[in-house]
Every structure is written in structure tokens, then in C-alpha cells.
Design a protein. Structure first.
Length: 437
């Protein structure tokens, strides 16, 4: 078990280039495997999760060549995937499992889809239900957990109204819709990230978007269907969820001046920037451009005293990955941070609410745990001190407390720090490089 020691810093300065966006990398890899021809995916995420997706696509017959952060995928065509002789291993990646389930449900072969111990505790009924409505034959442990046994079959298009906002559920249904006869419609209760829709369009699928409703035509649906997906040469933008750790770190110190290069700024992801700005952060976007349907730009961040606030309601679905970092920032804000309506945090890579409360208390924070969130008191409650942090194998918990440790008194030790590699293998090196001591 690897340990990382975080020492107090005086400022965050310089520049940082983030890994490729995880969400986009997953989707590009899957669609490249379904496309005809060779796709080149540059600045592909170094995250272990995304390489689990590549391994699954390779096991299904796509040819995958990795050279540094560039990946070439020779696709099999939408109907050319082949059965894997062994179970597909999604590792720790819920995105891999949920999205691939949609693709595999419409194949002509059977697949077993599994993952690590953590992933096997995460709920899958949310995708199993709508996929069964499409005619899929899927069996799950206790009807809710991996391993999944997927017996590929002909699918029918459905009009699915999602009971909860989830980009992964939406994506699973839309990807299954490629293999359904007709037009599959998904309506979400609150807007979630739209990387799947943009990637589908980029690879040539026929997609229609109207507010919170998205429709995809099956690839064999006559004149309305695209017929096939076409290989593409694409650049993956930097990961905004990873940028949040550096934005947070810079906000802790008045003398900070940080430039984060080539960050994905998709409007369905930038609620976190709006929140930071509303709390008093000093963030500017000196450059902005469009690439493959995604907005990309640089972020310039200066040190600023944050006010804190309450995060609840529809914003939760848009901020779900960033909530651990926001909670860990709570003790450094004027009014503290309160998170409500976030039961989903209980079923992530760890029970993130419990892990946040446990480790905040270890550092001396005043925190109240609630069934659907937590309340963290602000800086008036006292300064944090260094402590030994147990991230419970959760990459976002490890990185959040590494940032919190920069402004604590004394050293903070992150146990099992290797878990950061799930999303950001070079996180600790990059953080140390911009931390001025």
C-alpha cells in the first residue's frame, strides 16, 4: 500500500496540463470499436478506468494500439463485435460496465461482464430495468449487482422517461438504441452531461436533441438510420473533474496564480465553475474554442477567499463527481459547505459521505453526517491539522484530502494513495510541482 505525504504549501503557481477527460475517453473508445475503419484518439485518458474500457473493446474484437497518450482503434463495425471467451472485466469503472451493457444487449452473442469488489457492490438495476424494457435478456446478482450475464438479442426502441438524473443510464439506453429497430427516446428529469450524444453525432449516428429529450435512430432504421458509424480522428480535452482539485488548491492561498491548459468546458459540466464563481473564486477563461462538438479552453485561477454555501436539488446531478472536493474545502470557507439530496454518494467507489465525514473529523473539522449529505463548518470552527487519511480505495477521496492537506497544520498522509490512478495516475506529482513551499 502506497502512502503519499502532503506538506503545507504557501501558494499554487505555474501551469498544469491535465489528463484527457475520462467521460469522453470512455465514449470515444466504445464508439471507435463500433465504427468502420481506424480511429485515432489523441490525449486519451491515462485513467485505469478508461484502459479497462479499451481492454473490453479489445476482448470484443477491436484492435487497440496504445502509444503514450494516443490510442488507435481499428473498429469492427456496429455488427462486427465478437464474443469474448472470458468475462469482460470493467475493473473499478461503473461507466465501462453500464455503457457497455447497453451495447452488448443488442449483440448476437452472450457476454459475462464483471468488475472488482467495489464495482460489484454498485447498483446496476438502474440500467437493467430500461434495457429489459427494450427486450434485453440481462441477469444480475440479486437482480441488481455484477456480474451481469447478458444474452444478446434483438432490441426494440422505447420512449424512456428516467426516474432519476444519470448520464450513465441515459447513455446505456442511447447506445442500446443503436441496435434497436426504430427511434429510441430518453427524457431526463434534470440535464446531465451530454458527451454520449455529442460523440454519437461525431461518429455519424442520427441523434436529435430537444431540451431534456434525446432521440437516437437505430443503425438499421431505414432512411432515418445512419446505417453505420465511421472512424474518426479526435482530440480528447483535459478533464474538468480533475481540474477541480487544482482550482480548489489555488483558492486556498492568496498568492496563488495557476494556469490550467486545454480543459473541456462542455456546458453540461461547467456548473462547478458557476458554483466556484458564486462562492467568490477568481477564475477566468482566457481562451475558448470548439473541438469535435466539445468546448475547450484554458482556466486562469488566482487565490480567493471562498464563502461556501448550500448545494442541493438539481445541481447535485451536475456536480456529483466534484462533491468530495467541495466538502473537503468546507473548513476553509467562510460559511462552510452543506450538501443535500446526494444519496447517490453512498453508492460510488466508496460510501463517499461516510468517508468524507470520517476523514474530515480526523483532520479536526466540525462535520455532521446526514443520510443524503453532510454539513461542514467553516473556518471559524478552527484550523485543520494534518492526519492519516483512509480514502477507502476511492480516488476522489484521496485527491480531495491531498488538497485539504496543503493548508493544514503539519503533514497529511494519504494511505493507499495508488487509488488516485483510477482517474489521474500522475496527480501527486502534478500537485507537488505546482505547490510552492
Amino acid at each position: 500500500m502506497k502512502k503519499e505525504t502532503i506538506l503545507p504549501a504557501k501558494a499554487i503557481t505555474g501551469g498544469v496540463e491535465l489528463p484527457g477527460d475520462k467521460s469522453i475517453s470512455h465514449r470515444y473508445a466504445m464508439l471507435a470499436g463500433l465504427a468502420e475503419g481506424t480511429s485515432e484518439l489523441r490525449h486519451f485518458s491515462a485513467a485505469v478506468d478508461c484502459h479497462s474500457t479499451l481492454a473490453c473493446m479489445k476482448a470484443l474484437g477491436a484492435e487497440v494500439k496504445i502509444e503514450k497518450d494516443s490510442v488507435k482503434v481499428i473498429g469492427r463495425g456496429a455488427r462486427g463485435l465478437k464474443s469474448s471467451w472470458r468475462a469482460l472485466d470493467a475493473g473499478n469503472s461503473g461507466t465501462t460496465m453500464r455503457l457497455l451493457a447497453g451495447i452488448l444487449a443488442g449483440q448476437k452473442f452472450n457476454t459475462r461482464l464483471t468488475g472488482d469488489d467495489s464495482l460489484q457492490k454498485r447498483p446496476m438495476k438502474r440500467i437493467v430495468g430500461p434495457l429489459r424494457e427494450m427486450g434485453a435478456d440481462i441477469r444480475a446478482r440479486e437482480d441488481n449487482f455484477a456480474p451481469l450475464e447478458i444474452h444478446g438479442t434483438a432490441l426494440k426502441a422505447i420512449d424512456y422517461k428516467m426516474p432519476m438524473a444519470s448520464a450513465q443510464v441515459k447513455s446505456a439506453v442511447l447506445l442500446a438504441g443503436l441496435f434497436a429497430d426504430g427511434m429510441t427516446t430518453v427524457t431526463e428529469p434534470a440535464r446531465t452531461r451530454d458527451h454520449t450524444e455529442l460523440a454519437l453525432e461525431e461518429f455519424g449516428a442520427n441523434v436529435e436533441k430537444h431540451g431534456k429529450t434525446t432521440r437516437v435512430h437505430g443503425l438499421s432504421s431505414g432512411s432515418n438510420g445512419a446505417g453505420k458509424l465511421v472512424a474518426k480522428s479526435l482530440d480528447v480535452p483535459g478533464d474538468l473533474s480533475s481540474a477541480v482539485f487544482f482550482i480548489s488548491a489555488a483558492c486556498l492561498f492568496p498568492e496563488s496564480s495557476l494556469l490550467i491548459h486545454n480543459v473541456g468546458l462542455n456546458p453540461t459540466r461547467t456548473a462547478i465553475l458557476d458554483l466556484f464563481l458564486s462562492m467568490g473564486a477568481a477564475i477566468q477563461t482566457p481562451t475558448l474554442r470548439s473541438a469535435h462538438g466539445e468546448l475547450v479552453g484554458d482556466l486562469a485561477v488566482k487565490g480567493a477567499a471562498l464563502k461556501g454555501g448550500v448545494i442541493e436539488g438539481e445541481r447535485i446531478a451536475l456536480l456529483i463527481d466534484e462533491l468530495p472536493m467541495l466538502a473537503a474545502l468546507g473548513p476553509y470557507t467562510e460559511n462552510g459547505i452543506e450538501i443535500r439530496d446526494a444519496k447517490e454518494l453512498r453508492v460510488k467507489e466508496s460510501d463517499r459521505i461516510a468517508a468524507l465525514v470520517e476523514n474530515l473529523k480526523r483532520m479536526g473539522a466540525t462535520v455532521e453526517e446526514r443520510p443524503d449529505g453532510l454539513r461542514v463548518e467553516g473556518r471559524k470552527a478552527g484550523k485543520l491539522h494534518g492526519a492519516e487519511i483512509d480514502p477507502h480505495g476511492d480516488h476522489r477521496i484521496a485527491m480531495a484530502f491531498a488538497v485539504a492537506g496543503l493548508a493544514a497544520e503539519g503533514a497529511t498522509v494519504i494511505r493507499g494513495a495508488e487509488c488516485a490512478g483510477v482517474s489521474y495516475p500522475t496527480f501527486f506529482e502534478d500537485l507537488a510541482r505546482v505547490a510552492e513551499r
